[in-house]
Design a protein around this ligand. Structure first.
Ligand code: NAP
Length: 331
């Protein structure tokens, strides 16, 4: 089996977790890493046994020993870095959100099409085995027609400060793009595109959504969704149908435990992770690359785009804008 050679760009918090999980996946390796800071790159390479490290991203993209690049930088850099990598013929797994807005997502998709190269948004929940169980229950009709989804994603990030990526608009701050994307994904995945969206937010002094409620409406269903950076919360998700309910345990987006409640009986299923839960998206990307796919059938480009369009609409309703929006309008 071909060994898939990974490169990582942007060596922050998530890159560390991803690299630790990459080491647990068979038939792939960490070939090289790149950071804007040489010492960080060197230390990261030593810690995770990467064959090589670079102090600039372009050098990594020129490395012909790399098959696929994981873009782990801040949201506003996802589009430009992904496009650059795709133009160099590197496959890309890019952290969520794939772009700051739908125009950026279209640009990345265009670059992947043009270079005939694999692209996937790292929406890791989609590849989680507990999530697969939820899909199976729903698709086998275990809860009947799905009528209601309730999902939230909150944590208290106030101690990170207003200059941090959570609150700073220049760094893509705001809860929707960072964590609200998960509840949105849950509703979109199971109910599809809504016929109506209504959003309400409390904006921070910097003008980003620090608390956000949004309702997606369908002909026969509603999804009540929420994200926040200003308080902690027990994050469970409920999916309720006419003949049963599914509960995803806290923290639902990364859970190993899901429960089906039907006719007053509860079935509990547990799927312990190997690692922190990122191995599944890595395995998916490896399998897609080996079989010559351009996109994952589990999380297609169009699905990332639909989500970006929904997030554009939610942002418009609550009045959150970014420097990246201006750039898109100028183009
Ligand atoms: N899937 C998940 O579970 C998950 C969890 C957390 C975050 N994420 C996603 O991963 C991305 C990175 O999040 P993170 O928490 O890892 O962020 P982080 O630790 O704050 O920073 C990640 C990297 O971004 C680069 N960067 C570029 N411009 C920067 C600037 N002006 N200030 C600070 N850093 C800058 C730096 O890379 P250099 O090393 O090159 O300097 C930094 O190491 C986000 O888009 C987020 O949505 C995903």
């Amino acid at each position: 089996m071909k060994t898939i050679r990974w490169g990582i760009i942007g060596l922050g918090n998530i890159a560390h977790k991803f690299a630790a999980d990459l080491a647990l996946v068979a038939n792939c390796k960490l070939q090289a890493v790149a950071s804007s800071d040489e010492t960080r790159a060197q230390q990261f390479a030593e810690k995770f046994k990467a064959n090589n490290y670079y102090s600039n991203y372009d050098a990594l993209l020129e490395d012909n020993q790399i098959d696929i690049v994981y873009v782990a930088s801040l949201h506003p850099l996802h589009a430009s870095l992904s496009v650059k990598a795709l133009e160099k013929g590197k496959a890309v797994v890019c952290e969520k959100p794939l772009g700051m807005h739908s125009s950026e997502v279209k640009q990345i998709m265009g670059a992947a099409k043009k270079s005939n190269t694999f692209l996937m948004e790292a929406l890791w929940t989609r590849f989680n085995p507990a999530f697969e169980q939820v899909r199976e229950w729903i698709h086998k009709g275990q809860i009947g027609e799905l009528r209601y989804i309730n999902a939230t994603f909150s944590f208290n990030g106030l101690d990170r400060g207003k200059a941090s990526r959570l609150f700073n608009p220049e760094k893509g701050g705001g809860s929707l793009l960072d964590i609200g994307i998960y509840p949105l994904f849950l509703a979109y995945h199971f109910l599809g595109k809504p016929k109506d969206v209504k959003a309400s937010a409390i904006l921070s002094a910097e003008g980003v959504d620090e608390q956000l409620s949004f309702i997606l409406s369908y002909d026969n269903a509603q999804a009540l969704l929420y994200s926040s950076f200003v308080h902690d919360e027990d994050m469970r998700a409920s999916l309720c149908g006419e003949t049963g309910e599914i509960y995803m345990d806290s923290k639902w987006h990364a859970t190993s435990n899901v429960n089906l409640v039907k006719a007053s009986k509860e079935i509990k299923k547990s799927f312990p992770f190997n690692g922190m839960g990122y191995t599944y998206e890595i395995e998916e990307a490896n399998a897609c690359l080996r079989s010559g796919k351009l996109e994952s059938p589990k999380w297609r480009w169009e699905e990332s785009l639909d989500m970006a369009i929904l997030m554009d609409e939610i942002r418009k309703q609550v009045g959150v804008s970014y420097p990246a929006d201006e750039q898109s309008l100028k183009k």
